[in-house]
Write a protein that binds this ligand. Structure first.
Ligand code: ATP
Length: 316
């Protein structure tokens, strides 16, 4: 039994500890990198049953990705392996605290060859929420078709669709990205853009205008991520800013959006009021940026509740 189903590519991530151009780096600690599996791991840590689907290469890296995600408590039973293509890889290069580059080795990867026929209808239809991002449709035509098929299944079986645009302009053209991200947003119940992504999708400027437009005048819930400023929500019943939590030191901004998405989905599953949901999602985002790595900072429910309390309430 799963509460949430998500799908997308997870690559092996090589992230040096050293700050230097990659041509001078010789040690590459191995981790995993993938937005959807980050969300899945975030949800598992918050106590939910979550299933993640992808296609992996039948190679040591594919097995490593699968074992790592399974080890985090995510159900990987619907994943598939192929001999036709390798598992995707990703290298991060940090030149200074602010200057981070990403090098992908994912073209024609196993995940990019995923096909809609590989989705297990029975498995997905048990879930209450489908989480999709704008990365999978950017991988390939069949990646796009697989996302659209998952959305079709979700609609047929009454799953709530949560969409994080996750714009990646290294993967496709601006024109195609704009068209497809809007197409998926039109199908979603909850949309989680950053302000820049919302501006890109709508051509509008202010958080309010962008959210109003993406929400189809309140038909959908838009929760816009605003970095250290928290988030802005626009739903049928309310429009409001929800303040973020202060962070002592931003160590690594990557992954905050995925932790935020896990917080939102967790709150939706518990039917909590929207502002309560978003307040906790803000706290999770703040915890993630305070720690190096995409998943290391993802909290358990009790850890995020402790983080949200004023300091004096945490004293023994
Ligand atoms: P990502 O880098 O993972 O793609 P994103 O651009 O999707 O992130 P952000 O707006 O950077 O999303 O972060 C998501 C949420 O995390 C924010 O809405 C906020 O709640 C929290 N957050 C991010 N950065 C900070 C910060 N510096 N201080 C406090 N909270 C933060």
């Amino acid at each position: 039994q799963i509460d949430v189903f998500t799908l997308g590519e997870t690559m092996v991530l090589f992230q040096p500890d050293q700050m230097a151009p990659l041509d001078y780096v010789s040690h590459f600690p191995k981790k995993i990198g993938g937005a959807e599996s980050n969300v899945a791991i975030g949800l598992a840590r918050l106590g939910h049953q979550v299933g993640w689907f992808s296609q992996l290469g039948d190679d040591p890296f594919g097995r490593y990705v699968l074992k790592t995600i399974r080890g985090e408590g995510v159900d990987v039973s619907s994943c598939q392996f192929t001999n036709e293509a390798p598992t995707g890889l990703l290298f991060k290069e940090q030149l200074s605290p602010e200057d981070l580059n990403v090098y992908y080795y994912r073209q024609n990867s196993a995940a990019s060859l995923m096909k809609p026929e590989q989705l297990n209808l029975e498995y997905i239809s048990q879930a209450k929420v489908l989480h999709v991002t704008g990365i999978t449709p950017a991988l390939s035509e069949t990646g796009y078709q697989t996302v659209m098929k998952a959305i079709e299944i979700a609609k047929e079986h009454g799953l709530k669709i949560v969409f994080d645009p996750n714009l990646r302009l290294k993967l496709w053209s601006k024109e195609k990205a704009k068209q497809v991200l809007n197409e998926i947003a039109d199908q979603a119940d909850v949309i989680l853009p950053g302000l820049d992504e919302g501006q890109f999708m709508t051509g509008l400027e202010s958080a309010q205008e962008v959210a109003e437009s993406l929400s189809h005048h309140g038909d959908k819930t838009v929760i816009m991520k605003l970095g250290s400023n928290g988030a802005y929500i626009h739903s049928k019943d309310e429009q409001a800013y929800v303040e973020g939590f202060p962070v002592k030191q931003v160590v690594d901004p990557v992954g905050a959006g995925d932790g935020f998405a896990a917080g939102v989905i967790s709150g939706l599953l518990k039917d909590e009021p929207l502002q309560t949901v978003v307040r906790r999602a803000n706290a999770i985002g703040a915890m993630v940026v305070g720690m190096k790595g995409d998943i290391e900072g993802l909290p358990t429910l009790s850890a995020v509740e402790r983080f949200m309390k004023p300091d004096d309430e945490n004293r023994d």
